[in-house]
Design a protein around this ligand. Structure first.
Ligand code: NAD
Length: 356
């Protein structure tokens, strides 16, 4: 690879991937294409050298074609999306526009420049998707495999499923060299504080309630974003064209267990570092109270999927993938990052208000 467009590279996973790729392949040119929606943030790329941020929309096929042609792009890693399930329930249109129409716009641009011009140039279109396309599992159902039937239940997962099908079709019909990864719930640095892990960590620091949907027993597989980026690198380097790979963290946990781990880790951090009580005086932990007292059960999300679980045998067997962190280790690292980077998240709290 020599020149790569990372769509959505100013978002959570995209920004982590850009940082990962700069370390993994420092000679490559990296162009971030990002519309800087509420979820995109220039500051997530601060301090990364050699990255060109182009503020633009993936729906702008002409712009993408010009970038591919002018910059000799041979790889697109596609993260840009509307990504928050709750927002898709109250406003699904943006999800169809960005996730379905936007992905199709990128595929058209890639086909036009890589195939129709007849250069025969080796290329790769890697599409980042979600395990939510497979629907919801019962407690004893087998984990999602790559050939599990698609049964998306939310407007978000339905729009991602649509994009997955388009990527598949562009490979089968036109021969575009694609790969797709379907990953589980990510957490780690630079995650916008509307998603569960940063929302709960930052609410714990400011003494706000920790709102738990339903009975708190919805199960997710938790994947540290660093492990996810390592998995995408393996697929880019060794994945078979036309294939999809599930990427998981090997950490299937009910939300209540996740929340308890968050509370325990915050309590331990305050016990170990007395300066946190001065910085975050509203936190129960600042008064030696348990963070767990902030737990509040709220009405369940509409259509809330009960359980997701990832069978990662394919990526493990073919590419040697193995997540390096369990949830306790990964969350402790993540909390440390948020404590050290208040200047990154503090300005975002207004934008995230009311979301979760
Ligand atoms: P995010 O919401 O943090 O970031 C999305 C980025 O895309 C933002 O920078 C935003 O500005 C940009 N964007 C949105 N619409 C755009 C458009 N029309 N044109 C250009 N840029 C646009 O999302 P994330 O959590 O980093 O997720 C990245 C990808 O991974 C998404 O495709 C998502 O579906 C998938 N995914 C995420 C998770 C997770 O746990 N976060 C899990 C599974 C799959």
């Amino acid at each position: 690879m020599a020149s790569m467009i990372v769509t959505g590279g100013a978002g959570f996973i995209g920004a982590n991937f850009v940082r990962h790729w700069r370390r993994a392949a420092p000679a490559d040119e990296v162009i971030v294409l990002d519309a800087l929606t509420y979820a995109g943030n220039r500051a997530s790329l601060d301090g990364v050298d050699g990255v060109d941020l182009v503020v633009g929309d993936i729906c702008d096929t002409g712009l993408v074609r010009r970038l591919i042609a002018a910059r000799g792009v041979d790889t697109i890693v596609h993260f840009a999306a509307e990504s928050h399930v709750d927002r898709s329930i109250t406003g699904p249109d943006a999800f169809v526009t960005t996730n379905v129409v936007g992905t199709h716009s990128l595929l058209k641009a890639a086909k036009a420049e890589w195939l129709d011009t007849g250069t025969g140039r080796p290329h790769r279109f890697h599409h980042v998707s979600t395990d939510e396309v497979y629907g919801s599992l019962g407690p004893d159902d087998a984990a999602f495999r790559e050939d599990t039937r698609y049964q998306p239940n939310s407007p978000y997962s339905a729009s991602k499923a649509g994009s997955d099908h388009l990527v598949r079709a562009y490979h089968h019909t036109y021969g575009l060299e694609t790969t797709t990864s379907n990953c589980s719930n990510n957490y780690g640095p630079y995650q916008f504080p509307e998603k569960l892990i940063p929302l709960f960590a930052l609410n714990a620091l400011s003494g706000r309630p920790l709102p738990i949907y339903g009975d708190g027993m919805n199960v997710r597989d938790w994947l540290h974003v660093g492990d996810h980026c390592a998995g995408i690198e393996m697929i880019l380097r060794g994945g078979r064209v036309g294939e999809t790979y599930n990427v998981g963290g090997g950490q299937e946990l009910p939300n209540l267990a996740v929340i308890e781990e968050i509370c325990r880790t915050v309590d331990a951090a305050f016990a170990a570092d007395p300066s946190l009580a001065t910085r975050f005086p509203e936190a129960p932990a600042a008064r030696s109270r348990p963070t767990a007292e902030l737990k509040t059960f709220v009405e369940d999300r509409k259509g809330h999927d009960r359980r997701y679980a990832i069978d990662e045998a394919k990526i493990r067997g073919e590419l040697g993938y193995a997540p390096a962190r369990d949830f306790a280790t990964g969350f402790a690292e993540t909390l440390g990052w948020y404590l050290a980077n208040e200047a990154w998240w503090r300005p975002l709290l207004g934008r995230a208000a009311g979301a979760r």
